[in-house]
Design a protein around this ligand. Structure first.
Ligand SMILES: [Zn+2]
Length: 354
């Protein structure tokens, strides 16, 4: 935790510091909150699944004019409730990809919205177009959103609730989604805009249809890398990180990225499957990316393995569990001299324009 000043932007970071930004002014502020830091499908001590809230506004309204959720793993709604953000107030939800650990929290988020906010407004759901994978199946974020309520409709719950309150939308939670897809591209393209806030996206490699995002606001900028890895799926290659994410991150204030610790690599005796290891970005390579791109703050999320966990799913962690310092050390090996942020769910960082 701390309070520092860099290039005219003051920064507050840590847990539970909302409302402590000094003298309340109408200065623009952007806050980045890790709503869930769990990496992959395992569970560990109640950590929420992957997700990041980016909020923008003024210090007066605690950065609450625009609320953007990037990925929504399990428990996202609960974590947002801990910081006083009702899901009915989110403007948009963006998906890096449709792996369940990044997307399964959308169901209860939207069911809750349907229950109490059925009159709208709709929420924008932004992700890549349908894409056919090399083995022939289709990865479809659009279908995921469009079919969110299918089980609830099949069970009769929707009909029952509509009988109790016919003002609700008959199609269930999907009807409250405004699904906006884009064709993934190596070059950044604008995919969402509202006032001073602009979101751009690039295509990045992990599974087909994976995208990484950048949010630009007058208070600062943040890149959400997701699970991006290098286009070359395994060594030899110059780094495990994505060249597209590195280009997107040029001059950004903050990079939020999924991380894997080198201890899970093929030399680490964990038995973790090498192809899964190689498609993530390592802590050390994320430091290298951030250094080359001039990024001031690197926020590590989707920790593989979780902090303190003796296993990642069934795979043992050699040291019996990693500390935040273990991750920081691995990043510093790259020579990165910026700020490294790693912590539990709801770790956050605030930038304020002066
Ligand atoms: Zn993931």
């Amino acid at each position: 935790m701390g309070n520092l000043k860099l290039r005219g932007i003051s920064i507050l970071l840590g847990l539970g510091l909302a409302g402590m930004a000094g003298t309340a002014q109408a200065a623009p502020c952007m806050e980045v909150v890790l709503t869930g830091v769990q990496g992959g499908p395992p569970v560990f001590q109640g950590q929420a699944g992957a997700g990041t809230l980016v909020r923008y506004g003024t210090e007066e309204n605690k950065c609450s004019d625009v609320l953007l959720q990037f990925d929504a793993g399990r428990g996202t709604t609960q974590q947002l409730s801990k910081i006083g953000v009702p899901v009915g107030k989110l403007n948009a939800v963006f998906f890096t990809h449709v792996h369940s650990d990044h997307s399964e929290g959308l169901m209860d988020m939207m069911q809750l919205r349907w229950h109490f906010n059925s009159g709208g407004p709709k929420i924008d759901m932004v992700c890549s177009d349908d894409i056919t994978a090399p083995k022939g199946h289709i990865m479809s974020c659009r279908s995921y959103g469009a079919n969110l309520g299918a089980a609830l409709i099949a069970s009769g719950e929707m009909a029952q609730r509509l009988a109790e309150n016919p003002k609700r939308l008959p199609g269930g939670p999907s009807e409250l989604l405004n699904i906006m897809t884009f064709m993934g591209s190596d070059d950044a393209q604008t995919v969402w805009e509202k006032g001073d806030v602009k979101v751009t996206a690039v295509k990045s490699r992990h599974v087909p249809g994976h995208a990484s995002y950048r949010v630009d606001t007058p208070a600062g900028s943040v890149v959400i890398g997701g699970d991006a890895g290098n286009d070359t799926p395994a060594p030899p290659r110059n780094a495990s990180t994505s060249a597209q994410v590195e280009a997107l991150a040029q001059g950004a204030d903050v990079v939020v990225h999924s991380v894997i610790h080198p201890i899970m690599g093929p030399d680490g005796e964990s038995g973790f499957p090498p192809p899964i290891y190689f498609r993530q970005s390592t802590a050390t390579d994320l430091g290298g990316l951030s250094q080359r791109a001039g990024v001031k703050h690197l926020m590590l999320t989707h920790h593989i393995p979780p902090l303190g966990a003796s296993k990642q799913g069934p795979y043992p962690v050699k040291k019996g569990g990693l500390s935040a310092d273990d991750y920081i050390q691995a990043v510093r090996e790259s020579g990165y001299d910026g700020n490294i942020v790693i912590g539990p769910d709801l770790t956050k960082l605030r930038l304020v324009a002066e």
